[in-house]
Design a protein around this ligand. Structure first.
Ligand code: HEC
Ligand code: HEC
Length: 256
């Protein structure tokens, strides 16, 4: 009887110590070295070799909005972020997940430069000279032929955003196929394919107008894989204007 109470007590203490250990990320040199290796193999592709960001956000910063504490960080690495490109860690053991998370925390200890440029001027260019608002909405309001850019500053690094403006074809997300359709009567429309089934196809042109076609009326459909419906701004905006537009995009943070 007495013994079982001692055992029960011991189990409680042991499990408390265990869950404490679960909250704290490992700090030994061996763990961090392994975390670094895993990071370079599995995360750098999107987050950059040193967490400087790329297709995914910058991780080398003191505060990560989606991973405020160590528990949340380990969970993000383990489960990914649903509905985004951030994958779950299916090929890693729990220990490895914690090692990578620990390494990510060390990245945050460096100071990073703020994104340069004049965001207010960038915003004016977005609605004005840049013509971005003709294709992009920010939070639901506006045109739909390009992706909604709300929260883009949380999702993408400044380097990637710049790349999106200069060479849009470098990373075309699924679902934004550029097509040119030519009807049997000779009319042709180029734009983003919005919908397609066996019988019909909808295309949104550069001015944001939707066109609907019966496939039986079409003479030709040219699907331009690897090309973006978005024009390159390399020669349309000056270097300074590009910097300002990137500053504006980087300021579009996801609101909680
Ligand atoms: C295929 C690209 C890709 C890979 C590979 C990837 N990530 Fe991500 N990650 C993203 C994207 C995109 C986001 C932003 C998602 C969002 O918020 O829309 C993200 C978000 C995160 C966040 C949240 C950042 C914040 O600002 O709060 C962390 C932490 C993170 N990733 C860590 C990792 C780690 C660690 C690995 C490797 C085990 C990894 N990621 C692999 C694309 C990727
Ligand atoms: C003719 C329509 C059109 C115009 C004009 C346009 N875009 Fe785009 N944009 C798109 C489409 C379609 C995509 C998705 C395909 C791609 O990434 O290339 C896209 C992608 C993007 C992306 C990448 C989004 C992501 O999550 O990867 C950014 C950033 C962007 N546009 C910003 C801008 C800015 C800023 C301007 C103005 C300077 C602009 N766009 C003008 C149609 C347009």
């Amino acid at each position: 009887m007495k013994l079982s109470i001692v055992f029960a007590l011991f189990a409680v203490i042991a499990s408390a110590a265990d869950s404490d250990a679960k909250k704290k990320l490992p700090t030994s040199r061996g763990d961090l070295a392994n975390g670094k290796k895993l990071f370079e193999n599995q995360c750098a592709l999107c987050h950059g070799q040193s967490g400087e960001g790329g297709r995914g956000p910058v991780l080398a910063k003191p505060r990560l909005p989606r991973a405020a504490d160590d528990v949340a960080l380990a969970k993000v690495v383990q489960d990914g972020i649903r509905g985004t490109e951030m994958p779950s860690a299916d090929s890693m053991s729990e220990k490895e997940v914690r090692q990578v998370a620990a390494y990510v925390r060390t990245l945050g200890k460096v100071s990073i430069k703020p994104v340069p440029g004049d965001a207010a001027h960038g915003k004016a260019l977005f609605g004005g000279k840049g013509g971005c608002a003709g294709c992009h909405a920010v939070k639901g309001e506006g045109a739909i032929s390009g992706p909604d850019l709300a929260g883009i500053g949380t999702k993408r690094s400044a380097v990637y955003l710049k790349e999106s403006l200069v060479s849009p074809e470098a990373a075309v997300p699924d679902g934004y196929l550029l097509v040119t359709v030519v009807s049997k009567s000779g009319a042709s429309v180029t734009g983003t394919r919005a919908n397609e089934d066996s019988f019909s196809m909808q295309v949104i042109d550069g001015a944001g107008r939707a066109h609907s076609f019966w496939k039986s009326d079409l003479a030709e459909v040219k699907k331009q894989f690897g090309k973006s419906p978005m024009p390159s701004y390399k020669d349309k905006l000056s270097a300074e204007e590009l910097t300002d537009v990137v500053a504006f995009l980087a300021s579009l943070k996801e609101e909680k």
